[in-house]
Design a binder for this molecule. Structure first.
Ligand code: ZN
Length: 209
């Protein structure tokens, strides 16, 4: 599996480009900004973007989605429970001092247990509300990789003080769904360095009983 990760935009959101070596089909996850750089990676690997998946509707993750859609024709996938946050994109833009990206339309919902495919590589959607109501993680089981959005970070967890955030709920999502995954699972968080489920289970201060 081709898996390129680039931090994009002023908040350095980790954008993942996941591709299949045979079919050259790809999913782009969280194209928050810097779409020219994302497209340069897509072209370097000779990939065709089939889906644009967004882990949640915060502007640093979704801000470039429509631009990428216009360039590739790929549908934008996002959990419907973040629709309210999409309507707030101009407000979100003001929070971080960037230009509003225009309106974002959900082409296909991302629901719990839905499957995404980049050629032969498959990800299962895990709905993990708490950071936002529509937050999801994408689990590539065969490749032992979890793209976690802002639900889990190396040594920390997603903030819950923004609209739609719920601290008890994110802990439930983490304990019941995320920590249910095997220790060796590579975690690609929405920001910052990669980690593993085992490392976070052992040392993340928010996840200790
Ligand atoms: Zn976020």
């Amino acid at each position: 599996m081709i898996h390129e990760i680039i931090p994009v935009g002023p908040l350095q959101c980790n954008c993942s480009i996941v591709g299949d070596e045979q079919s050259r089909e790809a999913i782009v996850i969280d194209p928050g900004d810097d779409i020219e750089q994302v497209m340069a990676i897509v072209r370097r690997h000779n990939l065709t973007v089939k889906q644009i998946a967004v882990t949640h509707a915060h502007i640093d993750h979704v801000g470039g989605a429509m631009k990428l859609k216009n360039l590739t024709g790929a549908p934008v996938l996002l959990n419907q429970k973040d629709s309210m946050l999409l309507k707030m994109l101009p407000v979100q833009a003001a929070w971080i001092g960037v230009a509003p990206p225009g309106s974002v339309k959900i082409d296909e919902p991302l629901r719990d247990a839905d499957k995404l495919r980049a050629g032969s590589h498959e990800a299962t959607v895990i709905h993990t509300p708490g950071h936002t109501q529509g937050s999801v993680c994408l689990y590539f089981e065969a490749e032992k990789t979890l793209v976690a959005g802002d639900t889990l970070f190396a040594g920390s967890i997603g903030r819950t003080d923004l609209p739609g955030g719920d601290y008890k709920q994110i802990l439930t999502s983490l304990h019941d769904r995320v920590l249910a995954l095997p220790d060796e699972t590579l975690v690609v968080p929405g920001h910052g360095p990669n980690t593993t489920i085992g490392e976070e289970r052992q040392s993340n201060p928010f996840l200790q009983k």
